[in-house]
Design a protein around this ligand. Structure first.
Ligand SMILES: NC(=O)C1=CN([C@@H]2O[C@H](COP(=O)(O)OP(=O)(O)OC[C@H]3O[C@@H](n4cnc5c(N)ncnc54)[C@H](O)[C@@H]3O)[C@@H](O)[C@H]2O)C=CC1
Ligand SMILES: CCCCCC(=O)O
Length: 457
């Protein structure tokens, strides 16, 4: 009996109201999706880069027109449509005697994408665009908390001319995800989610020697030196902690502030945080909507409670919030929170909260803060940020920070032209940027003999 799960949208108009019921895809449905993908792959992989480019460019145009969500971050379809025209990316090597070799990048086959719930449409784009651009097919499983966005992308791909079966969406949770990772016809798994699940994905994929890309959690440091542009540093700290209600993997939630500007920075960041407009996420001027669901809200509030028990001081927020609009009253809202008097050993400083909670930590010297920024029990290494006017120090610190993405004098700016991915337990592999072609293709070497075989026998 297939498990059913109900989808309750937390959008203000539907809080608590069931608007769709999805049936989890079981082993049979997963196999059907993979077989569809396998069949579509046969023709799609034979198309030239330019032919694939035209279709993906059309999808990118539809997305720009129809989807009013951070277009810069959704540009992956546009980016890879341009990159496909240069596909396959290989090289020619001249060898002695007129012989030569060349390499060619070839598609992998059926790729699987498994997504988290915080950026459901973006994650589906960031995985499917390079996969399809490289000539692969994809079966994508969104998080059961956000099952609809990927279906919208599937419709856009179909409208743009992507062949039926090339991009498939299956619904479900862990069990469906496991079927996908274990399927013998799946060539690659690209996963976005938590570290514990990333470990399971690797274990499942290892049995089939399938390459994986893991985009996992983070507890990133943001270092603010006293010579910074204070207004920008405050803005950067807000972007690093409160974007998407703080539900962003690469958020800079350990905010290290050089002691000389600690009071001024703290005063300013609290003032700005208290101005954040909380409310209906469908309204243009809202800057903080509800968290994804009640259990996650309780979990985030629990971190604030334990921070206080461990000695941190709440300067603002950290409590449930009930908007005035009666439509929003049952929403999963909280006020954005700034904590001070934090210590490196506190759970709010060591663990990923994935909510709007900023922990401020004073520091004195560059050497000290680098040691603390890189020392994290959970050994995350997803992102990091530094604010300073000293250009040598900015690049020196960026080079020393153990993270896959470093922001200098800004934060959470993620143009698709730049690769995104983690160090250490934040995962490996990259999404976006030209390099991602290497994670959705395989390299063949061809040797061409222009003379005779010099036999050894
Ligand atoms: N590095 C990155 O780009 C991003 C990382 N994340 C991380 O994701 C986490 C939050 O997302 P969640 O959806 O709660 O993560 P999660 O790990 O609970 O679930 C992620 C996806 O994996 C599936 N899944 C769960 N167990 C599975 C299993 N045993 N086998 C196969 N699939 C399985 C889920 O259904 C979901 O689709 C946070 O840790 C956050 O940092 C979120 C967004 C981006
Ligand atoms: C700034 C946004 C980067 C996307 C990382 C995520 O999906 O959480």
């Amino acid at each position: 009996m297939l498990q059913q799960f109900e989808m309750k949208l937390t959008f203000p108009f539907f809080i608590g109201r069931i608007i769709a019921t999805f049936t989890c895809s079981g082993e049979k449905e997963v196999d059907l999706a993979v077989q569809n993908a396998k069949a579509a792959f046969k023709l799609w992989s034979k198309k030239s880069g330019l032919e694939r480019c035209r279709i993906l460019l059309e999808a990118a145009k539809i997305i720009r027109v129809c989807i009013n969500i951070f277009p810069s971050r959704l540009g992956s379809t546009g980016l890879y449509s341009s990159l496909t025209s240069a596909f396959p990316l290989g090289e020619h090597v001249q060898l002695p005697g007129g012989s030569f070799g060349y390499t060619r990048r070839e598609p992998l086959g059926v790729c699987v994408g498994i997504g988290a719930w915080n950026y459901p449409f973006q994650i589906a784009c960031w995985k499917s665009a390079p996969a399809l651009a490289c000539g692969n097919a994809m079966v994508f499983k969104p998080s059961p908390f956000t099952p609809v966005s990927a279906l919208l992308l599937a419709e856009i791909y179909a409208e743009a001319g992507v062949p039926p079966g090339l991009f498939n969406v299956v619904q479900g949770g862990a069990a469906t995800g496991q079927f996908l990772c274990q399927h013998p016809d799946v060539a690659k798994v690209s996963f976005t989610g938590s570290v514990p699940t990333g470990v399971k994905i690797m274990e499942l994929s290892a049995k089939g020697i399938k390459p994986v890309t893991l985009e996992l959690g983070g507890k990133s440091p943001l270092i603010i030196f006293s010579d910074c542009n204070l207004e920008n540093a405050v803005r950067g700290a807000m972007m690093a902690n409160f974007l998407t209600q703080g539900q962003v993997c690469c958020n800079g939630t350990r905010v290290f502030v050089q002691r000389a500007i600690l009071d001024k920075f703290t005063e300013e960041v609290v003032e700005q945080t208290q101005k954040i407009k909380i409310g209906d996420p469908l309204l243009e001027d809202t800057r903080m909507g509800p968290l994804i669901n009640r259990p996650h809200l309780e979990r985030v509030l629990g971190f604030v409670k334990s921070a206080k028990q461990q000695g941190a001081r709440v300067l603002c927020g950290g409590d449930p919030y009930v908007p005035q609009d009666p439509k929003l009253k049952d929403g999963y809202y909280m006020r954005p929170c700034v904590l001070t008097d934090c210590r490196d050993d506190m759970s709010c400083v060591r663990e990923e909260i994935f909510g709007p909670v900023m922990s401020i930590l004073p520091f004195d010297t560059e050497a000290e803060v680098l040691e603390r920024a890189n020392d994290n029990d959970t050994s995350f290494g997803l992102a990091a940020g530094v604010f300073t006017r000293d250009i040598q120090r900015a690049h020196r610190v960026a080079a020393e920070l153990q993270a896959g993405s470093c922001f200098i004098n800004n934060y959470n700016v993620s143009p698709v032209e730049l690769p995104f991915g983690g160090y250490k337990k934040s995962g490996f592999g990259r999404e976006n940027g030209r390099v991602t072609i290497e994670y959705y293709s395989q390299l063949k070497t061809v040797y061409v003999e222009m003379g005779d075989v010099e036999t050894a026998f």
